[in-house]
Design a protein around this ligand. Structure first.
Ligand code: COA
Length: 538
């Protein structure tokens, strides 16, 4: 395969400036992740030790096979929300390896408000269940949660995609044959009691673990009955009398050992096969991506330079290189897995959309996973392009992306605006995983454009009414708040806080993250349903 020859001068002023900028963004990301993973109140840590419990990270370290890679999901969910301390939305979720088998582990964090479930915590649980269902991953739930975070109960309880959906999904997953194993590691109350109850197998920690629909204070208030947590829902009661739990554990470490034994005995259906090759690193250092990506999102650069630092041997077999040049399509290997890559090199035109459609059809037919490197301000606008049918050509691309059955993976490299987000497999198009780089921005359009649209709508309205156009002060009063809001809400951190992605990643780790995700996806059949496409408007 042809090797991508880099044209990057790593000594140029531009490269050095870009590099420093991205390095800062990555340093900020590392610090945000450190805080989310490590910073807990002294009071909460003291309480954890008093109860003789392990921390979430200690539990995970015991559960997962030593020295195996793990992929964390949404570590910055709920970032900057609530009181700014609900790290990861109150839970940790990873795809990791247990006895050589890839599994999804979700663990409530008792050091964040008793592991209670915030609205974003519900969203994270639902996202993890979707990942388990789409990729056929056993789901391990380490539950240590007081159920709904009561002050926000109206946001976690009533709607179709609120708390009840978690248990609904558990029933569906059970029917699908996705193993669900729960460990009861704290006082699991109300909603958190249903999580183990709806699982296939339940391990229950003596003393610290309990399952009840209402805890002792509620029982006392409701019926006058005075009981301890252990009497009301402890391991003895549920393992010997009620039958709610299946395995009795002495402590956290014992419970985790039992879970490992359960996983060891699960039937292993094997993974889908791709025509893999021996993995090789790229020819160029992936950290050079820092110097390639311009500081300003609207400055164009060649996405091949990024591809060269993601794929094995920097080898890329480009498809239709001379046609529709604003979208680069081609085949490569990532950690030995074959992939079809689509990367933006400018605005999408009719020809680039048609090229994408054909390329997606080819990959789907051949069973090759798709990787979208998204950096797109949208589809081209203007009378000439409308006349040539940009909307119907864009539709073909969007249609193909939506109905492709091979696993799809999306990385937001920079801009993600307008329908370009759809055509390049944004969240609504069900990529198996979606990550953002720290410089990424997402929105219907840029803040400045959105503000200008609103100013022009207002001026048209005034003209219709025979009134004079807006003054510069009035224009400023309309534009400023829109631009400010857009800057806040299009930011990668806002995006990841709201679970519009599965996490912000260091651009230099893109190749490794993709490799792990492709590996996880192969636990499900290669095609997610019957192959074939809908009607392509001609
Ligand atoms: N909603 C909101 N906050 C809650 C909460 C809930 N359901 N349950 C606990 N918290 C908060 C506590 O107020 C405390 O906050 P603070 O750190 O700011 O003081 C923190 O979580 C830790 O609670 P604490 O009781 O000190 O810790 P613990 O480890 O001894 O017990 C629980 C944790 C969750 C078992 C216990 O607090 C409890 O039983 N909570 C009530 C559970 C319940 O009835 N849920 C019903 C949901 S429908």
């Amino acid at each position: 395969m042809e090797v991508i020859e880099t044209k990057i001068d790593t000594h140029s002023a531009q490269y050095i400036e870009n590099y420093a900028h991205m390095e800062n963004l990555v340093a900020r990301l590392r610090e945000a992740l450190r805080v989310a993973r490590e910073e807990r109140s002294e009071k909460a840590m003291k309480r954890l030790r008093e109860q003789n419990k392990l921390s979430v990270r200690e539990r995970l370290a015991l559960l997962l096979d030593r020295d195996t890679p793990m992929l964390e999901i949404a570590p910055l969910a709920a970032y900057d929300m609530y009181d700014k301390g609900v790290h990861g939305a109150g839970s940790v979720a990873v795809i990791g390896v247990v006895h050589g088998r890839e599994v999804l582990v979700m663990a409530s964090d008792p050091t964040i408000k008793g592991g209670t479930i915030y609205p974003m915590g519900v969203k994270k649980s639902l996202r993890c269940q979707t990942i388990a269902m789409e990729n056929n991953l056993p789901f391990i739930n380490l539950i240590d949660s007081g159920g709904a975070y009561l002050p926000l109960q109206s946001e976690v309880f009533p709607d179709v995609d609120d708390g009840g959906r978690i248990f609904y999904n558990q029933a569906i997953m059970s029917k699908m044959g996705i193993p669900q194993i729960a460990a009861v590691m704290g006082l699991c109350t109300a909603g958190a009691a249903y999580m183990p109850a709806m699982s296939d197998e339940v391990v229950h920690v003596k003393g610290t673990g309990a399952i009840f629909l209402g805890g002792p204070p509620l029982v006392r208030a409701a019926t006058g009955e005075v009981v301890t947590s252990e009497e009301l829902g402890g391991a003895d009661l549920h393992c010997r009398e009620s039958g709610v739990s299946d395995y009795w554990a002495d402590d956290d470490a014992h419970a985790i050992q039992i879970i490992r034994d359960i996983v060891k005995n699960l039937p292993n259906p094997g993974k889908s096969r791709l025509s893999t090759v021996s993995p090789r690193p790229p020819l160029y250092d992936p950290t050079e991506i820092y110097g390639i990506v311009p500081r300003n999102l609207s400055t164009l650069y060649d996405v091949r330079e990024v591809i060269a630092r993601i794929v094995d041997g920097s080898e890329f077999h480009e498809f239709k290189a001379l046609y529709g040049p604003t979208l680069v399509c081609g085949w490569a290997y990532i950690h030995g897995y074959p992939v079809g890559i689509l990367g933006n090199n400018g605005v999408l035109f009719s020809d680039s959309s048609l090229k994408a459609t054909q390329f997606i059809e080819l990959c789907d037919k051949r069973g090759i996973p798709l990787v979208f490197l998204q950096n797109i301000t949208g589809y081209i606008v203007g009378r000439e392009y409308e006349r040539r049918g940009i909307t119907k050509d864009g539709h073909k691309m969007v249609n193909a992306v939506a109905t492709a059955t091979v696993p799809k993976f999306t990385v937001m490299l920079g801009a993600s605006f307008g329908a370009g987000n759809y055509g390049m497999c944004g969240r609504g198009y069900s990529p198996r995983f979606l990550w953002s780089w720290p410089n990424a921005q997402i929105g219907v359009m840029g803040g400045e454009q959105a503000a200008n649209v609103l100013v022009s709508v207002k001026n048209d309205q005034l003209a219709r009414e025979g009134k004079p156009p807006l003054t510069p002060e009035e224009i400023k009063a309309i534009k400023d708040p829109i631009i400010m809001l857009s800057e806040k809400e299009s930011n990668a951190y806002y995006s990841t806080a709201n679970l519009w992605d599965d996490g912000i990643i260091d651009p230099a780790k893109t190749r490794d993250v993709l490799g792990l995700a492709i590996s996880a996806s192969l636990n499900a059949p290669l095609h997610s349903g019957p192959q074939g496409f809908g009607i392509f408007r001609m």
